[in-house]
Design a protein. Structure first.
Lengths: 432, 432
């Protein structure tokens, strides 16, 4: 826990909106100049594969694809065109954005070479995994440099495919204008999972460079679904947030206090219950006595205390219920997002969503969820973003909000009911 | 959804308590006479392995083991002694019980041969998996026959190791006095998961025989934890309840309407949110438009409508929060349990737990959670169990409950907030 909300601005000043989840990328063939030419043969095959993939998607879901691409033709080009992108960010009132790979989630046409984006764990050849990641990162660095205030790019680092190569890529990414984080594969497959000490040099390098570590939804235990997509959709948050607990419960945030981790586009609804379970099981009041000797001293603070300092949630376009649960799940950690230019989020109807979903939320809380938590997590230039927001940002009055509504001082304490229910001591350092 | 609570008895009549989660078993060496003698050599090795396992546990957690076994010496012998067991059930006020394998969860000394109980999926030799299961089932049938009214045994059927052999074992179990269900491995490892059609003959046979299918906590993706037990403890509910969604979302409860499935000892807290997600994603108001063509027509009802008819939750000793969430998670599906003779549940302090945790719950709801849902799920003899309860069951007044407290008629409708929040139609067949 981090936040003191005392300094929150309750005026009608525009919201500094930072979308914690946007995507950008080139069309498959356009990555060619960014790719090491040694891999051109595999690249040509991969481009053909991507085009075939689109044909398959059109076969099963053609009507939807046609309507989506027709109705949003220009906006979709913002996946790689900075000028178009800025127009659509402006229209959505979005001042800043955290940019992930895979601009096209409908037919997969803007995916880094060899699938090095959201499904990087599935690549079996380490060389190709790094070649694809590097190609995207080279392009992304150019793209973000067009406006390092608004654009915060997340580079690709397929850490399961080599620690040494990963450290080299982190070194390349570190300090580039507009590069603010790295995304690691969501699944580690046959490699050790992320609590393993072998990855520690990577966490150390990210912490040193101020690069925020991410996992983003996209992968899952495909083999277990028998092609039943519904099961995947229901379970995808689990596969995406597992690394949160691997890092937290193995003490990585104690060992690397500057390490920050964000789990992206798998909602936030699951977090509160897991904090309840983790706090009461591994916290001061250790309820599983028979396990005590094997879980003692794992971490220095209660699990919930790492939320908002080391752990943030790229919750994309939150549901109303997730907004209602904000004080349980982390008023200082949840980061709203549009998912532009994907269809799952609020784009292109962001203004409408904000008016519908935030009407009953205090201005202070809204400022945190829509932007200030992201400013904190990514160390963005708040003053410069405020300049952008002055031009494009919606005001509290635009959202129909009550300027007199205040968040109770003890909102978090009340929302995290398990402290009282289990007779636990409320962390001393927190005042909210 | 099933329940109409109109006929609930609000009098001070004793509660018919059915523990949805108890354990029984022999000491390793005592399984010898029940085992096919072809496997005696492997059996001797396995017995040695068990004794070594106990030594290891004592090394890391000796103080806890010593205190637990000293303080509960007689009660622990109820794992295989029917007379002692009855005394401890009586003392806890428990009229009936659903009995799983692995009587000793502290040092693993009452586990079916070759680990055929809670970790059956880890056995790699199909022959040994079935040999161990059969040995336990032969003993369990004798044990339950000592009192088929109170004891409902759950046989072991390692379905991942052979469909034909499983059908033979189900045929052997079917109709035996006091045998009410089968437990399948929680993890399927390298075999197809449980939505796969290859298992359909098993679901058909269980539905025909009235044998309730179970998964019980115990296994997990061990390889992913780097020996970090805390990560396992946090994730064990997920591994245990995955099969619920595999069966439900692949339409098994439509294909086999008499099939009943229970997920045991992984709590119930996770259920409500997954019902919200599943109802809104795969129900009438399909929010993930880009997936519609691939998830259409999977199931006939909304996911939440299968809870309390085909799906029940062996929630063991529920936390107070889980009791508070009962109308969301399934007032007609949640089944309380003691976990006797394991240390994680309410035993040996069941009376105290009931007084603390159910004080503010209506008598009607309490009757469902403590016993009547289990009577429905397992088709137990309610009249005969009432006879037992007259002798041993705690009364509402013993629990300090308010006899005038009534559950609001629309409690479930209010608790399942997502119907209104997403503009969904409330299922017509439900009145509660």
């Amino acid at each position: 826990m981090r936040t003191s909300t005392a300094d929150v601005d309750h005026s009608d000043a525009p919201y500094v909106i930072v979308s914690s989840d946007t995507h950008a990328g080139l069309k498959p063939e356009e990555y060619r100049p960014y790719l090491d030419q040694r891999y051109r043969a595999q690249f040509d095959e991969w481009v053909r594969n991507r085009h075939q993939h689109r044909v398959l998607i059109e076969e099963v879901n053609g009507d939807y694809v046609e309507a989506w691409e027709r109705d949003n033709a220009e906006g979709l080009r913002g996946a790689s065109d900075p000028a178009i992108r800025d127009r659509y960010l402006d229209a959505d009132g979005v001042a800043g954005e955290i940019i992930f790979a895979d601009g096209d989630s409908v037919t997969g046409q803007e995916s880094p070479p060899f699938g090095a984006g959201l499904a990087a764990g599935q690549i079996t050849d380490p060389e190709l995994a790094f070649a694809g990641a590097r190609a995207h990162n080279r392009w992304l660095a150019e793209f973000c440099a067009t406006d390092p205030v608004r654009r915060a790019g997340v580079g690709l680092v397929p850490i399961i495919h080599g620690v040494k190569e990963s450290l080299a890529e982190i070194a390349w990414l570190a300090g580039r204008p507009g590069i603010r984080g790295v995304m690691v594969p969501t699944m580690w497959h046959d490699k050790p999972s992320y609590g393993h000490p072998m990855y520690d040099p990577i966490w150390a390098a990210c912490a040193d460079a101020g690069l925020v570590v991410h996992t983003h939804s996209g992968e899952g235990d495909w083999a277990s679904y028998n092609e039943n997509l519904a099961q995947f959709v229901l379970e995808v948050p689990f596969w995406t947030h597992r690394i949160l607990w691997q890092l937290l419960l193995s003490g990585k945030f104690d060992r690397f206090p500057d390490l920050r981790y964000v789990v992206v586009e798998c909602g936030s609804y699951w977090l509160g219950d897991l904090l309840w379970k983790a706090d009461t099981t591994f916290g001061a009041n250790r309820k599983v006595k028979k396990l005590n000797s094997r879980t003692k001293g794992l971490i220095k603070r209660l699990p919930s205390e790492y939320i908002g300092t080391n752990v943030f949630i790229g919750a994309s376009t939150m549901s109303r219920e997730e907004i209602r649960r904000r004080h349980t799940n982390g008023i200082d950690a949840l980061m709203w997002g549009t998912d532009y230019p994907h269809p799952e989020g609020s784009w292109p109807n962001t203004g409408e969503r904000l008016r519908t979903d935030f009407r009953d939320v205090s201005i202070g809380d809204t400022r945190l969820l829509l932007g200030l938590n992201a400013v904190e997590c990514y160390r963005l230039d708040r003053t410069a973003l405020q300049g952008v927001a002055e031009r494009i940002g919606p005001r509290p009055s635009d959202l129909g909000q009550d300027p007199d509504l205040r968040t109770p001082h003890d909102a978090v304490r009340t929302a995290r009911w398990w402290f009282d229910d289990y007779g636990m001591t409320w962390p001393a350092e927190s005042t909210s």
